[in-house]
Design a protein around this ligand. Structure first.
Ligand code: DX5
Ligand code: ZN
Length: 220
Protein backbone atom coordinates (compact mmCIF):
# COMPACT_ATOMS: atom_id res chain seq x y z
CA UNK A 1 0.00 0.00 0.00
CA UNK A 2 1.37 3.41 -0.98
CA UNK A 3 1.62 6.14 1.61
CA UNK A 4 -1.28 8.60 1.17
CA UNK A 5 -0.95 12.28 0.40
CA UNK A 6 -1.84 14.53 3.34
CA UNK A 7 -3.88 17.68 2.74
CA UNK A 8 -4.20 19.71 5.96
CA UNK A 9 -7.45 21.66 6.20
CA UNK A 10 -6.75 25.23 7.26
CA UNK A 11 -10.25 25.37 8.74
CA UNK A 12 -8.60 24.28 12.00
CA UNK A 13 -5.68 26.73 11.69
CA UNK A 14 -5.37 30.04 13.58
CA UNK A 15 -7.31 32.40 11.29
CA UNK A 16 -5.47 35.40 12.69
CA UNK A 17 -2.17 33.99 11.36
CA UNK A 18 -3.20 32.08 8.25
CA UNK A 19 -0.15 32.87 6.10
CA UNK A 20 2.18 31.63 8.83
CA UNK A 21 0.02 28.56 9.38
CA UNK A 22 0.16 27.65 5.68
CA UNK A 23 3.95 28.08 5.69
CA UNK A 24 4.16 25.92 8.82
CA UNK A 25 2.25 22.96 7.35
CA UNK A 26 4.15 23.35 4.09
CA UNK A 27 7.42 23.06 6.03
CA UNK A 28 5.94 20.16 8.01
CA UNK A 29 5.73 18.19 4.73
CA UNK A 30 2.07 18.55 3.89
CA UNK A 31 1.50 17.38 0.31
CA UNK A 32 -1.42 19.68 -0.52
CA UNK A 33 -3.23 22.52 1.28
CA UNK A 34 -7.01 22.00 1.75
CA UNK A 35 -9.11 25.18 1.75
CA UNK A 36 -12.76 24.86 2.85
CA UNK A 37 -15.02 27.47 1.28
CA UNK A 38 -18.41 27.66 3.03
CA UNK A 39 -21.20 30.00 2.00
CA UNK A 40 -23.58 29.92 4.98
CA UNK A 41 -26.27 28.59 2.64
CA UNK A 42 -25.23 25.18 1.30
CA UNK A 43 -23.65 24.52 4.70
CA UNK A 44 -24.45 26.19 8.03
CA UNK A 45 -21.10 27.93 8.35
CA UNK A 46 -19.17 30.74 6.65
CA UNK A 47 -15.45 30.81 5.98
CA UNK A 48 -13.72 32.80 3.25
CA UNK A 49 -13.74 33.79 -0.41
CA UNK A 50 -11.32 34.07 -3.32
CA UNK A 51 -9.51 37.11 -1.84
CA UNK A 52 -8.18 34.96 0.97
CA UNK A 53 -7.06 32.19 -1.39
CA UNK A 54 -5.23 34.83 -3.43
CA UNK A 55 -3.61 36.24 -0.30
CA UNK A 56 -2.41 32.77 0.77
CA UNK A 57 -1.10 31.80 -2.66
CA UNK A 58 2.40 33.28 -2.19
CA UNK A 59 2.83 31.38 1.09
CA UNK A 60 3.10 27.91 -0.47
CA UNK A 61 3.89 26.38 -3.85
CA UNK A 62 1.96 23.23 -2.90
CA UNK A 63 -1.23 22.31 -4.65
CA UNK A 64 -4.25 24.30 -3.40
CA UNK A 65 -7.07 21.81 -2.91
CA UNK A 66 -10.14 24.04 -2.79
CA UNK A 67 -13.34 22.45 -1.46
CA UNK A 68 -16.33 24.55 -2.51
CA UNK A 69 -19.34 24.11 -0.24
CA UNK A 70 -21.37 26.75 -2.07
CA UNK A 71 -24.77 26.76 -3.75
CA UNK A 72 -25.16 27.64 -6.55
CA UNK A 73 -21.50 27.05 -7.25
CA UNK A 74 -20.98 28.17 -10.86
CA UNK A 75 -20.43 31.86 -10.15
CA UNK A 76 -17.48 30.95 -7.89
CA UNK A 77 -15.52 28.74 -10.26
CA UNK A 78 -13.72 31.46 -12.18
CA UNK A 79 -12.92 33.69 -9.17
CA UNK A 80 -11.33 30.78 -7.28
CA UNK A 81 -9.51 29.58 -10.40
CA UNK A 82 -8.05 33.07 -10.83
CA UNK A 83 -7.20 33.30 -7.13
CA UNK A 84 -4.82 30.35 -7.43
CA UNK A 85 -6.80 27.17 -6.79
CA UNK A 86 -5.35 24.05 -8.42
CA UNK A 87 -8.22 21.65 -7.72
CA UNK A 88 -11.84 22.78 -7.43
CA UNK A 89 -14.09 20.24 -5.75
CA UNK A 90 -17.85 20.68 -5.87
CA UNK A 91 -20.95 18.96 -4.46
CA UNK A 92 -23.58 17.51 -6.85
CA UNK A 93 -26.39 18.68 -4.55
CA UNK A 94 -25.14 22.25 -4.71
CA UNK A 95 -26.20 22.31 -8.36
CA UNK A 96 -27.80 23.21 -10.45
CA UNK A 97 -25.99 21.22 -13.20
CA UNK A 98 -23.05 19.23 -11.95
CA UNK A 99 -21.82 18.06 -15.36
CA UNK A 100 -21.80 21.63 -16.65
CA UNK A 101 -19.95 22.82 -13.55
CA UNK A 102 -17.27 20.17 -14.10
CA UNK A 103 -16.89 21.42 -17.68
CA UNK A 104 -16.54 24.98 -16.38
CA UNK A 105 -13.75 23.91 -14.00
CA UNK A 106 -11.90 22.21 -16.84
CA UNK A 107 -12.42 25.20 -19.12
CA UNK A 108 -10.76 27.30 -16.41
CA UNK A 109 -7.73 24.99 -16.69
CA UNK A 110 -8.14 23.43 -13.22
CA UNK A 111 -8.48 19.90 -11.90
CA UNK A 112 -12.10 18.94 -11.15
CA UNK A 113 -13.27 17.08 -8.05
CA UNK A 114 -16.69 15.76 -7.03
CA UNK A 115 -17.55 15.50 -3.36
CA UNK A 116 -20.00 12.92 -2.01
CA UNK A 117 -21.77 13.70 1.26
CA UNK A 118 -22.33 10.86 3.73
CA UNK A 119 -25.86 10.28 2.37
CA UNK A 120 -24.90 10.51 -1.30
CA UNK A 121 -24.31 7.20 -3.11
CA UNK A 122 -21.21 6.36 -5.14
CA UNK A 123 -23.61 5.82 -8.03
CA UNK A 124 -23.78 9.60 -8.41
CA UNK A 125 -20.40 9.26 -10.17
CA UNK A 126 -21.59 6.95 -12.96
CA UNK A 127 -21.82 9.64 -15.64
CA UNK A 128 -19.11 11.91 -14.24
CA UNK A 129 -16.18 9.61 -13.51
CA UNK A 130 -14.71 9.94 -17.01
CA UNK A 131 -14.61 13.73 -16.68
CA UNK A 132 -13.05 14.23 -13.25
CA UNK A 133 -9.65 14.18 -11.55
CA UNK A 134 -10.66 13.58 -7.94
CA UNK A 135 -13.45 12.09 -5.83
CA UNK A 136 -13.81 13.46 -2.30
CA UNK A 137 -15.69 11.15 0.07
CA UNK A 138 -17.01 13.16 3.01
CA UNK A 139 -16.77 11.12 6.19
CA UNK A 140 -18.67 13.82 8.15
CA UNK A 141 -21.51 16.10 7.11
CA UNK A 142 -19.94 19.22 5.63
CA UNK A 143 -19.81 22.44 7.61
CA UNK A 144 -17.51 22.02 10.60
CA UNK A 145 -14.15 20.65 11.62
CA UNK A 146 -13.70 18.40 14.64
CA UNK A 147 -16.58 15.97 13.97
CA UNK A 148 -16.37 12.20 14.37
CA UNK A 149 -15.62 9.93 11.43
CA UNK A 150 -18.75 8.19 10.06
CA UNK A 151 -17.60 4.59 9.63
CA UNK A 152 -20.30 3.65 7.10
CA UNK A 153 -18.36 5.73 4.57
CA UNK A 154 -15.62 3.09 4.39
CA UNK A 155 -17.91 0.96 2.19
CA UNK A 156 -18.37 3.94 -0.10
CA UNK A 157 -14.61 4.45 -0.32
CA UNK A 158 -14.32 0.81 -1.42
CA UNK A 159 -17.06 1.29 -4.02
CA UNK A 160 -15.45 4.47 -5.36
CA UNK A 161 -12.05 2.72 -5.53
CA UNK A 162 -13.63 0.08 -7.79
CA UNK A 163 -15.17 2.74 -10.02
CA UNK A 164 -11.83 4.54 -10.31
CA UNK A 165 -9.91 1.38 -11.09
CA UNK A 166 -12.48 0.51 -13.74
CA UNK A 167 -12.22 3.97 -15.26
CA UNK A 168 -8.49 3.37 -15.68
CA UNK A 169 -7.50 7.04 -15.40
CA UNK A 170 -5.44 8.92 -12.87
CA UNK A 171 -8.20 9.94 -10.42
CA UNK A 172 -7.42 10.72 -6.78
CA UNK A 173 -9.63 9.33 -3.99
CA UNK A 174 -9.66 11.77 -1.08
CA UNK A 175 -11.38 11.44 2.30
CA UNK A 176 -12.41 14.42 4.43
CA UNK A 177 -13.71 14.54 7.99
CA UNK A 178 -12.68 12.96 11.28
CA UNK A 179 -9.39 11.67 9.88
CA UNK A 180 -6.86 10.73 12.59
CA UNK A 181 -4.09 8.11 12.55
CA UNK A 182 -6.58 5.31 13.27
CA UNK A 183 -9.26 6.29 10.73
CA UNK A 184 -6.47 7.15 8.24
CA UNK A 185 -5.47 3.49 8.23
CA UNK A 186 -9.06 2.37 7.61
CA UNK A 187 -9.45 4.89 4.76
CA UNK A 188 -6.26 3.78 3.03
CA UNK A 189 -7.18 0.11 3.45
CA UNK A 190 -10.51 0.92 1.79
CA UNK A 191 -8.70 2.53 -1.14
CA UNK A 192 -8.16 6.23 -0.36
CA UNK A 193 -4.95 7.91 -1.51
CA UNK A 194 -5.39 11.48 -0.20
CA UNK A 195 -6.37 12.33 3.38
CA UNK A 196 -7.70 15.70 4.50
CA UNK A 197 -7.16 16.45 8.18
CA UNK A 198 -7.94 19.61 10.11
CA UNK A 199 -7.97 19.00 13.85
CA UNK A 200 -5.50 16.10 13.66
CA UNK A 201 -2.88 18.38 12.03
CA UNK A 202 -3.49 21.76 13.68
CA UNK A 203 -3.09 20.67 17.26
CA UNK A 204 -0.24 21.28 19.67
CA UNK A 205 1.15 24.40 17.95
CA UNK A 206 3.35 24.73 14.86
CA UNK A 207 6.13 22.69 16.50
CA UNK A 208 3.85 19.64 16.47
CA UNK A 209 2.65 19.81 12.84
CA UNK A 210 5.45 17.70 11.34
CA UNK A 211 4.85 14.93 13.87
CA UNK A 212 1.07 15.17 13.39
CA UNK A 213 1.39 14.83 9.62
CA UNK A 214 3.91 11.98 9.97
CA UNK A 215 1.56 10.20 12.39
CA UNK A 216 -1.21 10.30 9.77
CA UNK A 217 1.10 8.87 7.09
CA UNK A 218 2.45 6.22 9.43
CA UNK A 219 -1.00 5.35 10.80
CA UNK A 220 -2.03 4.71 7.23
C1 DX5 B 1 -15.79 19.94 6.81
C2 DX5 B 1 -14.55 20.21 6.01
C3 DX5 B 1 -13.33 19.53 6.45
C4 DX5 B 1 -12.88 19.81 7.86
C5 DX5 B 1 -12.22 18.57 8.39
O1 DX5 B 1 -16.89 20.42 6.14
O2 DX5 B 1 -14.76 19.88 4.65
O3 DX5 B 1 -12.25 19.75 5.52
O4 DX5 B 1 -12.00 20.88 7.97
O5 DX5 B 1 -11.89 18.78 9.72
P1 DX5 B 1 -11.50 17.59 10.68
O6 DX5 B 1 -10.28 16.94 10.11
O7 DX5 B 1 -11.26 18.28 11.97
O8 DX5 B 1 -12.68 16.64 10.72
ZN1 ZN C 1 -13.04 19.99 3.22
Amino acid sequence: MRSPLISPSILSADFARLGEEVRAVDAARADWIHLDVMDGHYVPNLTFGPALVKALRPHSAKLFDVHLMCSPVDRWIEPFAKAGADILTIHPEAGPHIHGSVQAIKAAGKLAGISLNPGTPAKMLDYLIDEIDLVLVMSVNPGFGGQSFIATQLKKIEAVRKLIDKAGRDIRLEVDGGVNPETARQCVEAGADVLVAGSAVFTGGAGAYAANIAALREGA
